[in-house]
Design a binder for this molecule. Structure first.
Ligand SMILES: [Zn+2]
Length: 159
């Protein structure tokens, strides 16, 4: 089998760009992908294979949601204060700041929901499901061997 090469946004074999590629994004799934143009396999390290890799730390930490909630609160305090201050002008800035105040409430809510999901273990449950799917993929010995050949720390039970 041909050596699987890592991608940097283009297919390493035919050079065609991978649609929607964003170097900083992270997702769960198999890091071995197939090019839609040439059919060759390539390695996409943005995908985390949970059976052999740890999850993204931000998916385990309540700090991510709390940070978001605090940013939203700060934004709300500033824009809300400014909205109240300009309320009797009823002009352009008033509407703009009222919009920012509403947007910051949304940010705050997302942050609160995120930290609740972390605290209640909903995030952990969703990660557990993804890990199970990952373990299922690893049951395929040829696939497990491919990952091992690529330098992944594959447990012996899969090989
Ligand atoms: Zn290709």
């Amino acid at each position: 089998m041909a050596q699987i090469k890592p991608t940097n946004g283009n297919c390493p074999d035919c050079g065609k760009p991978i649609s929607g590629y964003n170097a900083s994004s992270r997702d769960y799934g198999s890091p071995i992908k197939t090019c839609k143009c040439c059919g060759q396999q390539y390695l996409d390290r943005r995908y985390i294979e949970l059976a052999v890799e740890p999850p993204d730390p931000s998916d385990l930490s309540a700090a991510t949601g709390l940070k978001m909630a605090l940013i939203g609160l700060g934004m709300f305090a500033v824009s809300g204060g400014f909205t109240l201050f300009t309320i009797h002008f009823r002009g352009y800035y008033y509407r703009k700041m009222a919009f920012v105040a509403i947007a910051s409430i949304v940010v705050m809510l997302f942050g609160i929901i995120d930290s609740i999901r972390t605290k209640t273990g909903a995030k952990q449950k969703s990660l557990d499901k993804k890990r199970e799917a990952s373990e299922q993929r690893l049951m395929d010995r040829a696939y497990a061997q491919q990952l091992a050949d690529l330098g992944y720390n594959v447990p012996d039970k899969y090989l």
